[in-house]
Write a protein of this length. Structure first.
Length: 210
């Protein structure tokens, strides 16, 4: 249960990181609201030689952020990390990462969080070679657990500054399959090691904070 709570908290923070938070000016007030759907996934595999280990981590989210009264601003994006290590020669082969915005239809997540589909392309930068390259993602998620839920509230007061925030959401553990292709190589030939489909919303109100 503890690991589930930690995972939920990490996902809330990761989803909110896609948004732009505006704080209240000194003596004034401000509000921030956020809601969204996301997937968090980790793949790991070894090539036929038994030497090259490949790890792929990905977080993809579609959300609406609202800093003031109104409709809010929709936004979607994915963050991708790819690491390859040669255990036979003890050498880092690849250490690539990148962020890419997503179109409205690139990430599709079902309302009950039991399935999701992603079709997108991301450009990543490799720290080992110092070069960039495109990665094509075609992934599908299928739920493997019952639906979990969590809610949290926070209040803070110091001097004339008062802050109140809340968050709640639901998550389902899942299995992801498909391809993450760099060049002609599929970096995810096996199903995901861990994966979660997640929905959440949060809000923060500040009064008299600089």
């Amino acid at each position: 249960m503890k690991s589930t709570v930690q995972l939920f908290s990490i996902l809330i923070l990761a989803m909110a990181a896609f948004g732009q938070y505006t704080t209240a000016k000194s003596g004034g007030g401000g509000a921030f609201k956020f809601k969204g759907l996301s997937t968090d996934t980790f793949f790991s595999s070894t090539d036929p030689t038994g030497c090259i280990n490949t790890d792929v981590s990905m977080f993809a989210s579609e959300q609406i952020v609202r800093n003031q009264p109104g409709q809010g601003t929709p936004s979607s994006g994915l963050t991708l990390y790819i690491y390859q290590y040669n255990v036979c020669t003890n050498e880092q082969v690849l250490a690539a990462s990148g962020f890419a915005p997503l179109s409205d239809t690139a990430l599709q997540i079902s309302g009950n969080l039991d399935s999701a589909v992603l079709n997108a392309t991301a450009n990543v930068f490799d720290e080992v070679s110092g070069s960039s390259f495109d990665v094509t993602l075609a992934l599908a998620w299928s739920g493997t657990s019952s639906l979990g839920r969590q809610m949290a509230q926070f209040q803070y007061s110091f001097g004339g500054c008062k802050t109140k925030s809340h968050s709640d959401g639901a998550f389902r553990f899942a299995e992801a399959t498909g391809s993450v292709i760099a060049g002609q190589v599929n970096l995810t030939p096996a199903p995901s090691v861990t994966s979660t489909i997640f929905s959440g919303k949060s809000g923060t109100v500040e009064i008299g904070c600089g």
